[in-house]
Design a protein. Structure first.
Length: 523
């Protein structure tokens, strides 16, 4: 954290790599839409030709031999247009349809339609970039200019890079390849002409950036970092602003922030999403005559809630179950069988839009003769959530605590093999955890059982005034060897929000050294 000029310092979300004596940097995903799909028109008389601008062009065929254990080789022919590989035609739907029939008829029909198309893919990763050069230079940067120079070759991964240095400067720069394209590219493009071909990438000078902003802070949480006036399309898949709103709220609480403040931020499980939604739920209090005794108890938990996704509380559990029913009741009637294929971000964005703007005709359930209001959908979703909880966890809300169903186990790839887990203790204990995908301290869940499967891969707080006072923690441990004392050694600290000193100077490293590994090549 920088002490001169930018008293609030700089906080790195998720990950970071540090140059030990000049500046520190960290990154979050910029969420660039770096892939476009094209429907190619093949020559009916020669499938090795495709139509472009009224002319037949030759498809490039590349044969790949994949070695398979046991001595057999698998040969795959991959076709390329000038845009990239043809990615359709690899799935034998007749052979596997019985195994995936649970996806539904419409979905299988969609897959079949796609497989019958010649669908080519353009991806920024196919084009020249040099992320290794970038990281090498970033780790040796002596200031903002060196930092920017290092980012110029960071192409395919597309990240927001937060920056702080020993002079008190802070900033953020978008590194990566933002395609120059017509439109957004969110739909399959017509490949018969070059109209929708990329025309290169946004120049480095035009990438979004900020240096020493007036408010004295920079922050990123996979949110949209460019304003409405930014002239180029970046993405449709930003995270909703719940985490970044909370981060900015905490940054604005004090003029001067120190190590302890940033430790608190990294552990924060206050939900800006719940703060938006719960007032709509509390409005059903006017319909108490329609609520069961159990629903009234659940509603009472919301009245007392401060929006902390604390593992000991009942309200977070009811809220998370409500989320699922609320999205389903808003969207599934219109989408039908497609609802199960809806990306969560798309559905959550729709909910955010109607709660921060004006409800539209999608709120009404098209399968009924009544004209439902938003309050009707909220009441229905709340009742279904409470009934679901009662079926799954019993009719006593005291057994619905968030940490009871929302747990984290750090799993070894072989940890699901019972005998190996029993012998070698490959997995961590099961931890009750708070938070959610919409809190600053995130624990993401993607399945109905609410087991946390994703979160912060590391937590760092850098002190640019004294690098040896920097601190960090990782989810497991420094060793991947199960019988090492450093295997899963940081798991408890990670869950509890504690940190370890991160030593940088030669003196500090020497003083903290416990073991020394000596590599002797050739011996």
């Amino acid at each position: 954290m920088s002490q001169p000029r930018n008293a609030s310092g700089r906080w790195t979300w998720y990950a970071g790599v540090l140059q030990a004596y000049a500046d520190g940097w960290g990154l979050t995903n910029l969420r660039v839409d770096a892939i476009d799909l094209y429907s190619e028109t093949l020559n009916p008389e020669n499938s090795n030709q495709y139509l472009l601008n009224g002319q037949w062009r030759e498809v490039t065929n590349v044969t790949e031999i994949i070695s398979v254990k046991g001595g057999k080789n698998d040969t795959v022919n991959i076709r390329f247009t000038h845009r990239g590989p043809v990615i359709s035609g690899f799935i034998d739907l007749d052979r596997i349809s019985s195994k995936i029939k649970w996806l539904g008829f419409n979905y299988l029909r969609g897959l079949r339609d796609l497989e019958e198309m010649a669908l080519s893919m353009k991806w920024a990763g196919f084009d020249k970039g040099d992320e290794i050069r970038s990281v090498y230079l970033l780790n040796r940067a002596a200031g903002w200019d060196d930092f920017r120079e290092g980012l110029k070759t960071f192409r395919s991964l597309c990240q927001n890079f937060a920056y702080a240095d020993t002079e008190g400067n802070i900033g953020m720069y978008a590194g990566g390849g933002i395609p120059l394209r017509e439109g957004s590219g969110i739909m399959i493009r017509d490949g018969r002409t070059d109209q929708f071909d990329w025309k290169g990438y946004v120049s480095f000078a035009q990438m979004p950036f900020s240096l020493n902003p007036e408010n004295g802070t920079v922050a990123s949480a996979n949110n949209r970092t460019a304003g409405d006036d930014y002239p180029y399309f970046i993405s449709h898949s930003y995270d909703l602003p719940y985490r970044i709103n909370r981060i900015r709220e905490m940054l604005d609480e004090k003029k001067i922030l120190g190590i302890e403040n940033f430790k608190t931020m990294l552990a924060d499980q206050h939900s800006d999403y719940a703060r938006l939604v719960v007032p709509y739920i509390l409005r059903i209090d006017d319909r108490q005559g329609k609520l069961t005794s159990l629903e009234l108890q659940a509603l009472d938990a919301f009245r007392k809630w401060d929006y902390e996704m604390d593992p000991s509380l009942t309200a977070p559990t009811v809220f998370e179950i409500f989320r699922r029913y609320f999205m389903q009741n808003l969207l599934a009637d219109e989408l039908g069988g497609l609802y199960d294929q809806l990306w969560d971000i798309g559905g959550e964005f729709y909910i955010y839009r109607i709660l921060t703007g004006q409800p539209d005709r999608w709120v009404n359930n098209v399968n009924t003769t009544e004209q439902e209001t938003l309050d009707d959908i909220v009441l229905l979703s709340f009742s279904e959530a409470v009934r679901s909880l009662a079926r799954e966890y019993g009719s006593d809300p005291s057994g619905w605590s968030w940490g009871k169903i929302h747990t984290l186990t750090l799993m070894h790839p072989m940890g699901s093999v019972r005998i190996l887990q029993s012998l070698f203790k490959l997995n961590s204990p099961e931890y009750p955890v708070g938070g959610s995908d919409h809190t600053v301290c995130p624990y993401f869940t993607y399945k109905a059982d609410f087991k946390a499967v994703n979160g912060a891969s590391m937590r760092y707080i850098y002190n640019t005034a004294n690098w040896d006072e920097s601190i960090c923690v990782i989810p497991g441990g420094n060793s991947g060897v199960p019988w090492s004392e450093f295997y899963l050694s940081q798991a408890d600290a990670y869950v509890e929000g504690r940190f370890y000193k991160d030593h940088f100077s030669k003196e500090a490293v020497s003083a903290a050294t416990k073991y020394t590994l000596i590599l002797m090549p050739g011996q």
